[in-house]
Design a protein around this ligand. Structure first.
Ligand SMILES: NC(=O)c1ccc[n+]([C@@H]2O[C@H](COP(=O)([O-])OP(=O)(O)OC[C@H]3O[C@@H](n4cnc5c(N)ncnc54)[C@H](OP(=O)(O)O)[C@@H]3O)[C@@H](O)[C@H]2O)c1
Length: 277
């Protein structure tokens, strides 16, 4: 299969012809929550662009199925078990990934859970779990990967480190509060501010940390809701009255992971079909 994913077809503008390709050959990407939905698609997309991908989550059988699919297309994939609520599991998964695939260049920090409840009904254990996965989990995964990236960058001659890329998958709910998902929105707002703090602290080591804020994409996290009356009303309230597919985030993901995106750091990129406007 082609090792270079072309996102921008050549176009003509007067006498100039321009094309743009993003090649991730030789890069290693670690994707959390690769067992379904967005993570699964992020892994396919990065592998198609030439990256070796490490598929991390708790449901190992699903990761193995995805690995087989990627390998059947000529890609390179490895599976690791990961529970982001457990810092020992995070340390072991990252160490295992680097032993098997080499240094991680790209982290897609994507594991997440939803909670649909009015604020007055949220129980303490539900609050803790959403924060443990979405905020605390994302923090310690990024910290573990970044420590290793920083150590490598210090071993390089000044200015020669190619750089790490960390994409924290937040949500448009981290930017705009919506009814009945207040605690989820709080957990994702934390991811956005976390992204800025990491970009500030780690930028000097050649690591770029950016947040991707998807709008509604049809995955296991929300599939049940689109046929309900509330779900249909929600779709009607969207600027283009449609729910996205995981592939709709490919271009945004690739831009944030590209070697060429070295000047993009601390950005909060909405890919929400205008929902946040
Ligand atoms: N779909 C949307 O509309 C949308 C919009 C904005 C943001 N997002 C965000 O996008 C990310 C992916 O969501 P999705 O839509 O793809 O939902 P999904 O299909 O439910 O996927 C969630 C992923 O998170 C993983 N996960 C959950 N708890 C985990 C834990 N304790 N340790 C490790 N991994 C864990 C799951 O893997 P295992 O269960 O196998 O561990 C699964 O692969 C989430 O952060 C979500 O908040 C989604």
């Amino acid at each position: 299969m082609g090792r270079v994913l072309s996102f921008f077809r050549p176009f003509k503008e007067g006498l100039h012809t321009m094309s743009y390709q993003i090649d991730l050959s030789g890069r290693v990407a670690f994707i959390t929550g690769a067992s379904s939905g967005l993570g699964e698609q992020f892994a396919r997309t990065l592998a198609a662009a030439g990256a070796g991908v490490v598929l991390a989550a708790r449901r190992i059988e699903r990761l193995k199925t995805l690995r087989a699919e990627i390998e059947s297309k000529g890609g390179d994939a490895h599976v690791v078990t990961l529970d982001v609520t457990d810092t020992d599991s995070i340390r072991a998964a990252v160490a295992h990934a680097e032993t098997e695939m080499g240094a991680i260049d790209i982290l897609v920090n994507n594991s997440g859970v939803a909670l649909t409840k009015k604020l007055t009904d949220v129980r303490a254990e539900e609050f803790d779990h959403v924060m443990a996965v979405n905020s605390r989990g994302a923090f310690f995964v990024a910290q573990e990967v970044a420590k290793r990236m920083i150590a490598r960058s210090k071993g390089e001659a000044p200015g020669t480190y190619t750089g790490g890329r960390i994409v924290n998958v937040a949500s448009m709910a981290g930017l705009r509060v919506l009814g009945s998902i207040g605690v989820y929105a709080m957990s994702k707002a934390a991811v956005i501010h976390m992204t800025r703090a990491m970009a500030l602290e780690w930028g000097r080591y050649g690591i770029n940390v950016n947040a991707l804020c998807p709008g509604y994409i049809d995955t296991e996290i929300n599939h049940h809701q689109w046929q309900t009356e509330n779900g249909k009303r929600l779709v009607q309230s969207m600027p283009r009255q449609r729910v996205g597919k995981p592939q709709d985030l490919d271009a945004a993901l690739m831009m944030l992971c590209a070697n060429e995106s070295h000047f993009i750091n601390g950005a909060v990129l909405a890919a929400d079909d205008g929902f946040g406007i």
